[in-house]
Structures are given as structure tokens and as C-alpha cells.
Design a protein around this ligand. Structure first.
Ligand SMILES: *[C@@H]1O[C@H](CO)[C@@H](O)[C@H](O)[C@H]1NC(C)=O
Ligand SMILES: *[C@@H]1O[C@H](CO)[C@@H](O)[C@H](O)[C@H]1NC(C)=O
Ligand SMILES: *[C@@H]1O[C@H](CO)[C@@H](O)[C@H](O)[C@H]1NC(C)=O
Ligand SMILES: *[C@@H]1O[C@H](CO)[C@@H](O)[C@H](O)[C@H]1NC(C)=O
Ligand SMILES: *[C@@H]1O[C@H](CO)[C@@H](O)[C@H](O)[C@H]1NC(C)=O
Length: 474
């Protein structure tokens, strides 16, 4: 079984020079961007939800209604059939349920909230193949057909977008995966060519110029944020965007990994001189870092670690403390205030009666380090899949104005983003090399594995952590 074991060796070997994204304020016509609001769902128990994602093989609990974090609305078909889709940067296929599946016909109509698709009710439906089959790290999944149909989101329509129809499904939620195309199941699992998933289709259809999007999650108390394909809203962050190279895995750009070099709590240095691969994952509620870093933050904040839960609790009053936890990536620092790190979720007060709140930082153990929601809300992040770069800036919470600029093509000089000089390449990142939950392209011990011929591109560490996909042996 291959896992991210090779990550430690491979990460960064192909790190490209960073150029900074190319932003344009269009004056001749409206900016060519596609943007829409996203909505955060309340997570009842973020710790065990994250654990499902991180330790998939040990848990059999199916997705429940509290499982996913961010939603966007879209429609498929003619006439339009409406969906509430889970937005996922950790996978790369769009798929939806059908009303006739065993799951959707079960008691309580569990698929009704997210929506279901009836191929025969759409005059623009086109069948592609019967080999759609996606499995997520939490064990849930969906299989059926690949089809194409008219897809509308954020007021923009793609005439024939490929997507999966879950004739069999264990997930109530349709999912809009917007990650690297190499992770599409038809490519990663079946060894077929990649197809244009949503961000790529927006480019192919000239709706946007570049396969890049910006994610603004806003603060803990806000329930909505936004995603902007092909553009950046300069009013949603402070300062300028700083651009870092995505780190590779086994020579491939497959996930949004960047290099963390330092961590500080106020004036206390927690770690310095690091070259740690960390995954940006908006599907993870908490942030996971190496145990040594986490335990020194816990010491400083008097956090009480609960080993059963794998997470720590602090007095809720720490939220009013103005110390920040500062994450540095070569020369870019994102500061996270205590109130963004302290989640009003508790399994009860401390023994002395002090109200306890969940701390948004937990030990990664032998797993990958993940910058989840508790980090990402404080950062405005541009995911540039064309140039394999991530641009970061300190978020502007509750921004009320808007200044949208297009992301252009190529790598020329930038008005509002600058490349970080000499960005660090990650030399570690998967701890001891084991990674929980995510898998695995092919199982070398399986007899059928030999029959599969995944393209060289996906051999090796294609683990999609977070909401990522599982590539089990076929
Ligand atoms: C999605 O649509 C529902 C129903 O119309 C609406 O209540 C919700 O606010 C919408 N969410 C987003 C993120 O647009
Ligand atoms: C559409 O309807 C036809 C005829 O009723 C049926 O044979 C076919 O299986 C249906 N197709 C899908 C995708 O449901
Ligand atoms: C989809 O893949 C999973 C995992 O490999 C497998 O267990 C399941 O049988 C497959 N489903 C179909 C319909 O092929
Ligand atoms: C804020 O938290 C830091 C780190 O735990 C601590 O050193 C400092 O004394 C706290 N400040 C206040 C005003 O409580
Ligand atoms: C943003 O708005 C929310 C809701 O009004 C408020 O609770 C929060 O304090 C604001 N955040 C900042 C950083 O101003």
C-alpha cells in the first residue's frame, strides 16, 4: 500500500519559482470573474467530525447532516434542478444524488436538503460513462454514471459540465470538488484522461482567464463567506497578497500544500527554522500541527488536553485575550487572534466550574499537518491551479465594500500580489511518513492492482487528505 510515505522525500522537489499572480482591474468591461456566497454550516461536534476525516479506516459512521462545512447553491439541467452543494477543495469532481437511490428513498428523505437529479427530466442531459465511483476518506462515497448537463452557479452557466450521478450513494450531500484535475476519479482511479471540472471549465468557456480562485471565509461569528473564481476582491484583505509555491508530492501538484517555517504565540517563539509541509483544508474544522509545537502552545495557554478526543480545552475567557498565534511561511505571516481559535463547543466545564471551550489547534500525531478553518478564517487565500501557487493575505473580517480584480494569465509583474523571495521548500511534512485516513493509489498487495495502469502522474503519493478522495485498489 502506497501512502504519503514518500511525501517527506518528494515534497518540494519540483517547487516552481514563485511569480505572483497577475491581477487586472478591468476598465473596459466588468471583470471576468464568477463569484458567489458560501454558507458555513454549524458543526455540532467538530472534533469527532475531523477525526472521521483523519482516521477514516477505523470508523464506519456515515456522513451525517453536520458533516460538511461550506455550501454553495447551483443548478443542473433544463429546466433547472436546484442543489445545495458542499464546496470541497480536497476533491475534484462534482456529483449529485438521484431521488431513486436506496439512500435517498430511505426514511426521512435524507437527500432532500441537498437536492437530487433526475436525468430523464433534463432535456440537456448527456450520458458519458458508467464508471463514476468516488470514495472519501471518511468511508462515504457515491457511484453511478458520469454525465454532462447545463450547470449554473453564481449567475454563470456552463453548457455541458461533466459530473457524477450517484445511483448508489452513502452521502446525503452533493459535492462540488474544485481541486486539481489530477484528482478526478476518472483520472486518479481509472487512469483515464482528466476532464474539465468546474474551475477548468470556466476557463475553457472563457468565463474566467485563469484557473484560480479566492476563498474568503470571514470570521467565526459570520455564517457566510465567498468564493471568487478568476478574481480577487482586494477589499477582503489587508496589505498585499504574498505568493508562495505549492509543494509537490512525488513530483506532482495534487493538493494545496505550502511550507510553514515558523510559529509564534505573541512574543513567544514556538518553532523556528521549520520546513514543514502543511495542507490548506477548508473542510477541516481545526488546525493540526506537529505534537511538539502544539504542546508548547498548550503550555503557554494552559490548555488542557483530552487524549480521548485528541483535542484540548481552554477557559472560554481566553477568547478576549489579544495575543495572536502567528503562522509564518518564509516571510509571510498570518496572525490568528484568540477569538478565532476558540470554538464555543464544550463537553462540559472544567472541574472548578470555569466554562471550557474547544481550542482550535490539535496535535497532528503521525498525520499530515493541516491548516483548517481555525487558521483559514484569518487568511484570504488565492488558489492558483494554473501556476501552482498560493497567495495569502491577512483577511479583512466583515468587509462591506468590494473591489474585484481579474486574475490574468501568465506570470508577469503584479499590481497587488508579490512573490515571496526565496520561498522555503518543505523537507518534512508527513511526520513519520504515515498518514491517517487518506489513501492511496492502488494497493500493491492486491491482486487486481497489477491489472491497473494508472498514469505515472498518479503513482505514488496521491493521498488527498482532508475531504480528499480515497483511491482504493480497484
Ligand atoms: C441557498 O439557497 C437557499 C434556499 O433558497 C437559501 O436559503 C440560502 O441562503 C442559499 N445559500 C447560499 C450560500 O446562497
Ligand atoms: C430514462 O427513461 C427511460 C425510459 O423510461 C429509461 O429506460 C432510462 O433508464 C431512464 N434513464 C435514466 C438515466 O434514468
Ligand atoms: C466503488 O468503489 C468501491 C471502493 O473500491 C467499491 O467497494 C465499490 O464496489 C465500487 N462500486 C461500484 C458500483 O463499482
Ligand atoms: C494572554 O495569553 C497569554 C498566553 O497565554 C498570556 O501570557 C497573557 O498573560 C494573557 N494576557 C491576558 C491579559 O490575560
Ligand atoms: C464581524 O461581525 C460579527 C457579527 O456582527 C461580529 O460579532 C464580529 O465581532 C465582527 N468581527 C470583527 C473582527 O469585527
Amino acid at each position: 500500500m502506497k501512502s504519503l510515505a514518500s511525501l517527506a522525500l518528494a515534497v518540494g522537489l519540483l517547487a516552481a519559482p514563485a511569480y505572483g499572480i497577475n491581477l487586472h482591474k478591468r476598465t473596459d468591461s466588468p471583470a471576468r470573474v464568477v463569484g458567489f456566497p458560501i454558507q458555513r454550516k454549524h458543526i455540532q461536534d467538530p472534533v469527532s467530525r475531523d477525526q472521521l476525516r483523519r482516521r477514516a479506516e477505523t470508523v464506519q459512521v456515515p456522513l451525517d447532516n453536520e458533516e460538511t462545512l461550506y455550501f454553495a447553491n447551483g443548478t443542473l439541467g433544463t429546466p433547472a434542478q436546484a442543489f445545495r452543494l458542499h464546496l470541497d477543495t480536497g476533491s475534484s469532481d462534482l456529483w449529485v444524488n438521484t431521488p431513486s437511490s436506496a439512500l435517498c428513498t430511505s426514511k426521512g428523505s435524507p437527500c432532500a436538503i441537498s437536492g437530487t437529479y433526475v436525468a430523464n427530466s433534463s432535456s440537456t442531459y448527456q450520458y458519458i460513462s458508467s464508471d463514476f465511483n468516488i470514495t472519501y476518506v471518511d468511508g462515504s462515497g457515491s457511484s453511478g454514471d458520469y454525465a454532462s448537463d447545463t450547470f449554473t452557479i453564481g449567475g454563470t452557466t456552463i453548457s455541458q459540465l461533466q459530473f457524477g450521478i450517484g445511483y448508489e450513494s452513502t452521502s446525503e450531500e452533493g459535492i462540488l470538488g474544485i481541486g486539481y484535475q489530477i484528482n478526478e476519479v476518472q483520472a486518479g482511479r481509472l487512469g483515464k484522461a482528466v476532464y474539465n471540472n468546474l474551475p477548468a471549465a470556466l476557463v475553457a468557456d472563457s468565463k474566467i482567464k485563469s484557473n484560480a480562485y479566492s476563498l474568503w471565509l470571514n470570521d467565526l461569528s459570520a455564517s457566510t463567506g465567498s468564493i471568487l473564481f478568476g478574481g480577487v476582491d482586494t477589499d477582503q484583505y489587508h496589505g498585499t497578497l504574498e505568493t508562495l509555491p505549492v509543494q509537490t508530492e512525488s513530483g506532482q501538484y495534487a493538493e494545496f500544500l505550502i511550507t510553514l517555517t515558523a510559529l509564534a504565540l505573541g512574543s513567544t517563539v514556538i518553532a523556528n527554522g521549520q520546513a514543514l509541509a502543511v495542507l490548506l483544508d477548508s473542510g477541516s474544522s481545526l488546525t493540526y500541527l506537529p505534537d511538539t509545537m502544539v504542546s508548547s502552545v498548550y503550555e503557554q495557554t494552559a490548555a488542557v488536553y483530552n487524549s480521548d478526543q485528541g483535542a484540548a480545552y481552554v477557559p472560554c475567557s481566553l477568547a478576549t485575550n489579544d495575543t495572536t498565534l502567528d503562522f509564518t511561511f518564509t516571510s509571510v505571516t498570518i496572525s490568528v487572534t484568540m477569538n478565532e481559535l476558540i470554538i464555543p463547543y464544550s463537553s462540559g466545564p472544567f472541574p472548578d466550574g470555569t466554562p471550557a471551550c474547544l481550542f482550535g489547534l490539535a496535535p497532528a500525531g503521525s498525520g499530515t499537518s493541516v491548516l483548517g478553518d481555525t487558521f483559514l478564517r484569518s487568511a484570504y487565500v488565492v488558489y492558483d491551479l494554473d501556476n501552482n501557487e498560493i497567495s495569502l493575505a491577512q483577511t479583512n473580517f466583515n468587509a462591506t465594500s468590494s473591489n474585484v480584480v481579474e486574475i490574468g494569465t501568465g506570470s508577469s509583474a503584479v499590481p497587488d500580489a508579490s512573490a515571496v523571495a526565496n520561498p522555503a521548500t518543505a523537507t518534512e511534512g508527513a511526520g513519520s511518513g504515515q498518514i491517517e485516513g487518506p489513501l492511496v493509489v492502488g494497493s500493491s498487495t492486491s491482486s487486481s492492482a497489477a491489472e491497473r495502469t494508472p498514469p505515472p502522474a498518479v503513482l505514488g503519493a496521491m493521498a488527498a487528505v482532508g475531504a480528499g478522495i480515497v483511491y482504493a485498489a480497484m
